[in-house]
Design a protein around this ligand. Structure first.
Ligand code: CAO
Length: 435
């Protein structure tokens, strides 16, 4: 385990298994620190002989991750002196021959079995990142890309010039405050949020208090929510769907499939897929320059899940190809995985559109925040019986409130109204979902 600038960082994903052939720089595990997730790459190609960590293990510099036999019994790259943290560029390290076919351990490891101990030397990013390439983890690079920041412009404040998340945010803050436009960032010239500093208050002056640190998930999702709220011009379109018939069918389905929980959400997923097919502008993302729309031909739906540690959004893939019962089973699985803290980055990436359902709890409407780089999100509140005028009289109908928030840079109000009313139509007459 190389030096990543923090210790006791939990493993949230193991990307390889015993017997896998790995390429040099291929990710072996994913770690999640307070600030970011990052992959730890293989320092050389070979076959994974043994994995020394499990999910949830907390690793520090020098922990043994895996044993890898160098490719084809060829001389293996000797462990680099305190090799680089997760990075995109391949490290250039001095190679030392290892015993033929012998095992090699990952950089910084304690000796293991027949492996000779390696001398440790202080880490210097210039050794492994020649040519003054910026030194940052893949997560930080992705973060910079999302904000439209050219990472080469950012000065790293971490050890040996490592670029941290704060370096990227302060670069953006500085650019906004000076009215400059970070490379490609979709910020109006002369703009800048020019916000007041956060109020610093000694609350204990007013009464008894208790301090409670935010969870890791809250910190990560909070930073994303704040950026999305600040950078996306949101509008929320409200609509009601008459789900009286849908509910009768759902109850019947539930009775026939007692081992499965079929909630209204699976119908909403199907209705959303139908709406995304009809209005492709919603199944899209702005690219990092803010000048091009990327239309997606797949239908992966993110579902906001409330966990004791905060909000997470796992993604159900290919919802267009799955039936209601299949989706119900998968929804049950991902909600459980989320609440058991077993979701990995792969479970939460690749979403096209998100649904945030508070229907099981209550409420009549809310304003969900778009989950960038998606361009819209559907909020669902609690269905309630209401008197609805049918042309002759008021009839009792079960009404489901929908709140569609969208990125007004990409979607016009009229299009959003059409999308929302199409959704309501689909949910009002589920035979349409078959079309
Ligand atoms: N109206 C009325 N009842 C509803 C409903 C709606 N819109 N949606 C669900 N229900 C009912 C379900 O049918 C279920 O009833 P029974 O217990 O009688 O079967 C009950 O509410 C609980 O449903 P659920 O919450 O267990 O299941 P779900 O499929 O509706 O939702 C999940 C799953 C994971 C989305 C949900 O548990 C959850 O975490 N919701 C919160 C999401 C959230 O926090 N969003 C906010 C994001 S912004 O901070």
């Amino acid at each position: 385990m190389p030096d990543i600038g923090s210790s006791d960082v939990p493993v949230i994903e193991i990307l390889v298994k015993v017997g896998d052939t790995v390429a040099k720089d291929q990710g072996l595990i994913t770690l999640e620190s307070d600030k970011a997730t990052m992959e730890v790459p293989a320092p050389f190609a070979g076959v994974v002989k043994e994995i020394k960590v499990k999910l949830g293990d907390e690793l520090s510099e020098g922990s043994v991750i895996a044993l890898i036999e160098a490719a084809g019994g060829a001389p293996a790259a000797a462990p680099a002196p305190q090799a680089a943290p997760a990075k995109v560029e391949a490290p250039k390290v001095e190679e030392k021959p290892a015993p033929q076919g012998g095992r090699s351990v990952l950089p910084g490891n304690a000796p293991e079995g027949d492996v000779a101990p390696t001398a440790r030397a202080p880490f210097d990013s210039r050794i492994v990142m020649p040519g003054d390439a910026p030194y940052a983890s893949p997560a930080i690079r992705a973060f910079a890309r999302e904000l439209g920041v050219d990472i080469r412009q950012v000065k790293g404040s971490g050890r040996s010039g490592r670029i941290q998340r704060e370096d990227v945010t302060s670069y953006v803050k500085h650019a906004l405050a000076s009215g400059a436009r970070p490379s490609g960032a979709p910020v109006a010239a002369g703009g800048g949020l020019n916000l007041l500093p956060w109020p610093k208050v000694d609350f204990s002056k007013f009464g008894e208090i208790e301090e409670k640190p935010l969870s890791r998930i809250q910190k990560i999702s909070g930073a994303n929510l704040a950026r999305n709220w600040a950078m996306i011009p949101h509008v929320t379109q409200h609509e009601d769907a008459d789900i009286t018939e849908l509910e009768a069918f759902r109850k019947k389905l539930g009775e026939e499939n007692k081992d499965l929980k079929v909630t209204p959400l699976v119908f909403q997923i199907k209705a959303v897929v139908a709406a995304l097919k009809k209005f492709p502008q919603f199944n899209a993302s702005l690219d990092e320059t803010g000048e091009k729309l990327i239309l997606k031909k797949y239908f992966h739906i993110g579902i906001a899940v409330d966990t004791p540690d905060g909000l997470v959004v796992p993604v159900i893939r290919d919802c267009d190809k799955k039936g209601l019962l299949h989706l119900a089973a998968e929804l049950g699985e991902i909600s459980k995985k989320a609440r058991d803290k077993k979701l990995g980055p792969n479970d939460m990436s690749g979403g096209c559109f998100s649904i945030s359902s508070l229907g099981g709890i209550g409420g009549t409407a809310f304003t969900p925040i778009v989950n960038a780089p998606e361009v819209a999100i559907l909020g669902v509140s609690k269905a309630a019986m209401k008197p609805v005028w049918n042309g002759k009289e008021f009839a009792p109908r079960l009404v489901l409130p929908l709140s569609l928030s969208y990125d007004h840079r990409v979607i016009d109000g009229a299009l959003a109204a059409r999308f929302a009313s199409f959704l309501a139509q689909q949910l009002g007459d589920i035979r349409r979902l078959l079309l």
